[in-house]
Design a protein around this ligand. Structure first.
Ligand code: ZN
Ligand code: ZN
Length: 363
């Protein structure tokens, strides 16, 4: 193990990330772990921070979609989230957050809202343990992080982003109780939407409608198995609605998922749902997302509207098992479209911003 390592640090909005050296922690708290980072991917939320669309403390090591190898285990951390024995050298993924396990929210099955929550890629790197983000050679996993051994048949580039998008939509599908034979509308064909398509397919959805404004993203949605893709920039809402009704016996969809982050999509989804339909909102993460919906429709159509944010540790376990079983049925191998070494982090950020790839990787 090296005594120092490199990390790319975000210092200020609009400025390039800066490579800096940090001391690798020599001692671990009980329950903590030190991992060598094999690969990270750049999430849309990292780009939001770099461009100032989201406020985060600085200086900061960004990156939360991370795959690593265990270098050292703190006292008491002996088993992974599946209950299997953990050893030095294991290839692992982990929850994007560490939680205390004792506070009100932890006790009420909302560990992702822990009062002492620590999220990777979100905390100032001036304070120990410094190495808390993915754009680095090492990462310190705080006690309260659930670590999972990655199934050996899942390649690095498929496994790396799973602890963000896939785990979140596993939570979403569970929260809205997605069932076999249902018709589904997915708003947004980013990584959340694509993973949802795969989950809906495996749940035997009858119809999967996907909306987006990008022809490239909709083409990828088609590859993942969307039965109907609809470009909401090019088509009038009435036409989109007519297509959905025509293919759902004039009733509308059973379930809709908002994973596009666009508040203007909510009212059309309410109109596209059938009586008794369920709507899961997972993408509206910026304040001020007034929905502009007709409450009368919610009442008269007997709708269920539910929000989720992030996920619980077990959802990441389900996500990794899902990939181990099914990833080859879907174009998961195409998601990471470009790979850069850590030393070229700013080129990687630029490539991610070009929108040409679902994900850009850093090795
Ligand atoms: Zn992410
Ligand atoms: Zn807690």
């Amino acid at each position: 193990m090296k005594k120092t390592c490199n990390a790319a640090v975000f210092t200020e909005v609009g400025q390039p990330l800066v490579l800096r050296q940090f001391d690798v922690p020599e001692t671990l708290e009980p329950g903590a772990a030190l991992c060598g980072i094999t690969m990270s991917t750049i999430c849309g939320s990292d780009l939001h921070t770099i461009r100032g669309r989201r406020a985060e403390p600085a200086p900061l090591i960004l990156g939360h979609e991370i795959l690593g190898e265990i270098i050292e285990l703190g006292e008491g951390l002996t088993r992974d989230g599946f209950g299997e024995e953990l050893r030095v050298g294991d290839r692992v993924s982990w929850t994007i957050m560490a939680c205390c396990g004792e506070c009100f929210y932890c006790r009420n099955d909302l560990p992702q809202k822990c009062e002492h929550l620590r999220k990777y890629g979100h905390s100032c790197c001036e304070e120990p343990p410094h190495l808390t983000g993915g754009f680095a050679e090492y990462i310190y996993l705080s006690p309260g992080t659930t670590v999972f051994k990655v199934p050996s048949n899942v390649p690095d580039d498929v496994a790396t982003p799973a602890n963000c998008a896939l785990a979140t939509v596993v939570h979403a599908a569970e929260a809205i109780e997605l069932k076999a034979g249902e018709t589904v509308l997915i708003q947004g064909a980013g990584l959340l939407g694509l993973n949802l398509i795969a989950l809906a397919k495996q749940a035997c959805a009858k119809q999967i409608f996907v909306t987006d404004i990008s022809p490239d993203r909709l083409a990828m949605a088609k590859k993942f198995g969307a039965t109907t893709t609809l470009n909401v920039k090019e088509s009038a809402e009435s036409d989109v609605l007519a297509t959905i009704r025509e293919k759902t016996d004039s009733r509308g969809v059973d379930v809709a998922f908002e994973v596009c982050g666009v508040k203007e999509g909510v009212a059309p989804a309410i109109r596209a749902l059938r009586i008794g339909g369920r709507y899961l909102i997972a993408g509206l993460v910026t304040p001020g997302a007034n929905l502009g919906i007709d409450g009368n429709q919610v009442t008269r159509k007997c709708l269920t509207i539910r929000g989720i944010h992030n996920y619980k540790p077990r959802h990441l376990g389900t996500a990794l098992k899902f990939l181990a079983e099914y990833y080859q049925r879907y174009p998961y191998a195409e998601l990471v479209g470009a790979m850069y070494p850590l030393s070229e982090i700013n080129q990687a950020v630029e490539a991610a911003e070009s929108g040409k790839f679902v994900r850009v990787g850093i090795q």
